[in-house]
Design a protein around this ligand. Sequence first.
Ligand SMILES: *[C@@H]1O[C@H](CO)[C@@H](O)[C@H](O)[C@H]1NC(C)=O
Ligand SMILES: *[C@@H]1O[C@H](CO)[C@@H](O)[C@H](O)[C@H]1NC(C)=O
Ligand SMILES: *[C@@H]1O[C@H](CO)[C@@H](O)[C@H](O)[C@H]1NC(C)=O
Length: 538
Amino acid sequence: MGVLLFLTVFQCAINSVNTYGVSNPNVVLLIADDLGIGDLGCYGNRTLRTPNIDRLAKEGVTLTQHIAASPLCTPSRAAFLTGRYPIRSGMAAFSRVGVFLFSASSGGLPSEEITFSKLLKQRGYATALIGKWHLGMNCESNNDFCHHPLSHGFDYFYGLTVTNLRDCKPGHGSVFLKGVQRYLVILIQILGVTVVSVAVVHYIGFFKVPFQALGLCLLIISISLAVLIFFFYNFRHLNCFLMRDHQIIQQPLSYENLTQRLTTEAVRFIERNHNAPFLLVLSYLHVHTALYASKMFRGKSRHGLYGDAVEEMDWSVGGKSTNWEGGIRVPGLLRWPGVIQAGTYIDDPTSNMDIFPTIVKLAGAQLPYDRIIDGHDLMPLLQGKVIRSKHEFLFHYCNAYLNAVRWHPGNSESVWKVFFFTPNFTPEDSSGCYDSHVCFCYGGFVTHHDPPLLFDLSRDPEEKVPLTPETESRFYEILSVMQLAVDNHTRSLQAVSDQLSWNNLVWKPWLQLCCSSFSQFCYCDYDSENSLPEVYSG
Ligand SMILES: *[C@@H]1O[C@H](CO)[C@@H](O)[C@H](O)[C@H]1NC(C)=O
Ligand SMILES: *[C@@H]1O[C@H](CO)[C@@H](O)[C@H](O)[C@H]1NC(C)=O
Ligand SMILES: *[C@@H]1O[C@H](CO)[C@@H](O)[C@H](O)[C@H]1NC(C)=O
């Protein structure tokens, strides 16, 4: 879940018919979670072979300092779609849980947010999201779909609305049951002891309680408890399902051939829309689910690079969930034959928030003027018209707490990075986050640094030796510039409703989607007929 890879493939033409030219290119964005910068051959990995991705790099631009706005997937995706720091849309958690865990919780990307898909759709693009969404579903009833991809500018959706937790795979253990079991047992014990002692007290006549009221109270508590236990024991059925648009087509989700099914959907979408400009966001689940795709796909894809890139999504999982460089520096590769110079490396800091203004401008749409967009258009950089990105400063958050800043001064090669606090690492959990859903960003879970930890990434990319006033003569001068930037950034934040508050994270039974009656255990499978097309079997 940790980090976000994107591969951007601007394809002017499928089947080499260039209909739209440079102004209305087709856009394919491939996103995979949990792919670290060290995992790709083109970023120096010698043991793991990703030949097609490497070819993409050779033919396009490789961003070596590409930064995800957050190490967690929910906020990172929000930033990607809106071009803004997740804190601006309320998509950064003040509590410990930093991502949505249940399909029936009320938080999600607010409808006031403007996604690039909304803007491209207004420009006549056909838009599709295939794969994982993870930015919420409903607000108040189980069919308002206020946070659903179709409410955020996508014409077509095929995929999961939550993440694929371990709990979704039969036989892979449970993230939750382990965590809640202990509390449930304690709750049941307390309840039992209360019932017995109240009965005894009443029997002795020690004090007269209105027995019926008390009984009703206990009944309500017992029912709520039973519902909770039911929920956690049926986690897979209730949370892991596949949707097409607003319809559930497989509940619970089957992992069999899932990556092929996603790819099939993507190919079909492109085939349906080859006459129109289109935007396709293909968002993979766990990369390792693609493991046996490769052999079957090799050389079979009709869509050249696009298909080849897809078929080679067979990487191992390695991301970390921190703001150390291993957690947020992600592979960023862009290819646009004839427009972007092949084989280029860009070492200037770029952000996954930059995709928003870049493709909005390419589609000829207007950037929203009523809000701050934190990303910058990448095209001048990609085309070599400028050598410096506009990101003089980039801010790093641990959930909703700003913990680090990066500064690349315009007149210098240095890339300064300062940490105001760092999560405390424990031996069994070296990332500071648990299972990529829960991060420890405040109180006793973090260490505050005064003076802050300062590194020069250009000299010390692994952040091994913090600088001191002795080793860096401009130590305090650098810190004060960065503090001013933080103050300015903080001032620009507006109060918004917290989408990851406990109230917006908890399971709300009335928001639960179920494709059959509850007595049939929310079971259905309409996706079986979606068999593999001739592209893959032939
Ligand atoms: C290549 O990737 C694998 C898997 O993530 C990792 O174990 C290995 O250390 C990487 N090698 C290099 C040279 O980064
Ligand atoms: C998965 O793919 C294999 C190989 O094409 C096929 O035999 C199998 O029926 C597929 N399973 C499902 C559930 O589609
Ligand atoms: C202050 O922050 C705003 C909003 O992010 C930004 O547009 C502006 O460039 C910043 N000003 C300075 C001097 O950094």
